[in-house]
Write a protein of this length. Sequence first.
Length: 517
Amino acid sequence: MSSPQPERQPLIGRRRSSQFLSGSTRSKSFNVNDEYGHAYGSIARSNHGNDDNDSDHEETTNGNRSEAGTEDENRAPTPLPKMQIFVLCVMRLSEPIAFLCILPFIPKMLRENMPDVPRSQIGYWAGLIESVFAIVQFATVFLWGRASDTIGRKPVLLIGLFGVALSMNFFGLAKTLPQMIIARSVAGFMNANMSVLKSTLGELTDETNQARAFSLLPLCFALGSLIGPALGGALSNPAKRFPIFEDWEFLKMYPYWLPCFCASLFCFLGFITGYFFLEETLPSKRRLKEQEQLAKERPPPFRQLLTRPVVLALVNQGMINFINICYIAVLPLFCDTPIEMGGLSLNEAQIGTYLAANGCVTIIVQLFLFPWLERKWGGPYNTLRKCLSLLPMVFACFILAHFAGKAFGFKAVVASLAVLLLVRGGSSMMIVSSNLCINNVVPHRNALGSINGMSQSMASLARAIGPIAANSGYAFSITAFKHVLDGQSIWIVLCLIAFLTWFISAKMEVPRRAAWR
C-alpha cells in the first residue's frame, strides 16, 4: 500500500476504482507495525500539520473547502456498481422485516406462553426478549467482522441471513420463554451483517460516491420497519382470522409461526440473491491466484487496531447510537404523558402521525440531501460536525414543546413539533456520516471488517442499555425530579451528552480519503 502524501492525500481516480471493481488490482501484503505507523504518521501530518495550532487542525483534518472539498465537489462522482448495490439493499431490507415482525404479537405470545405471569409484568419479559438479541450480538459481532477480513465478506453475509431465517422459524414455534430467548440469541449470535455490509460498501465505492451508497442503508431499514410490523400484525393467529386456515391444526398449535415464516422468506430471498449475484469485495478472496497471499494478509492484532483515530471514531459513534436509541425510546412515552405531568398529552393517532412524518423527513434527507451536502461540505467529517451541532437543539425542542403546549395549547405543540421535525431531519445525517468516518480511519483494508465489527458492537451495546437507561431516566424525570423544569430533566441530561459527543468529535482525526483506498 502506498502511503498518502503529507500535504494532501490524492483523490482516487475513476480508472483505479474501475480496476478494483473488476478485480484487476492486486492487494499488497503489509507489515502491521511499519505500515500502520506509516499510514497514521501520514494521516497525522495531513490532518494536523501542527498539533499546537487548532486552526491548522480544522483546516487540514476537516478537508478544507478551498482545497479537497472544492476539488472533490467539482469532480464527477464515480458511477455506482448498481447490481452489487441492489443485492446489498435486498440483503439489508430482509433483516428489519425479520426482526420487527414480532413486535405486534410478542405481548400476546408471552401471555399465552406464560399464563401464570401477571399481565402487568409482561412488559419486563418483552424487554428481555428484545434486549437479549443486542447483548449476544455485542459479544459476537466483532468476531464475525474479523472473520470477514479472513474468509471474505460474502460468506459471512450469507451465514448471517441463514441464521436469521432459521431463528425466525424457531421463534414462531416457541412455546416457552426459554425457547423464545434461545431463538433470539441464535439470531444475535449468527448475525453481524450490518458491520460487514458497511465494509462491503466501503470497498465498492470511493470518496466521490460513498455518501450516496451509504444513504441507501437507512432507506432500506425504513422500508423494512414498515413491512415487518405490518406482516406480523396481519398474519398472526391465522387459524382464527382467515377461513382458509381454520382447519390447519398446525397453525392452531403454533399461531405465530406463519408471520415468522413469511419474514424468513425475505431472508432466504436475500440469501439466494447474494449467493448468485454478490461479488466478493475482499481483495485476497477475489482471484484464485491471490490465495497464496492470504497468509501474509491476516487481520492485524487486536491491539494494533486500537489507535487514537480509531478509538475516537468508535467512542463518538457509540455515543451517537446511544443518543439515538434514547430518543427513540423516550419519544412515545413523552408524547403520551399528560401535559400536567411533563409530557405532551398526545393520543395514539397523533403519536403515529408524528412518527410517520419523522420517518418521511428522515428518508428525504438521507436519500436526497445527504449525498449532495456531504460533497458540498467537504466530506463526512465536516458533515458529522455540523449535524452534531444540531443535537442539543433537538432536545431543546422537546422542552419548548412542553412549555408551549402548557401555555398556549395544542396548536403550540404542533408548531413546536414541526420545528423539531426539521431539526431532527438535519441531525439524522450524523449516523451515516459517522459510518463513513469509521471507514475513513481504517488504516488498511484487512482491518476494515474488524473495525466495523467493533463499531457494530458499540451499536449493540447502545441498543442493550439505551432503552433501559432512557426509560428509567424519564420515569425519574417526571417523578423524583418533577421540580426541575417541570419534569424536563431527561432532555437536559441528553443535551449534555450531545455537547460531550460534539466535543469528542472535535478531537477526531479523519482523513478526507481513507488511507487504504
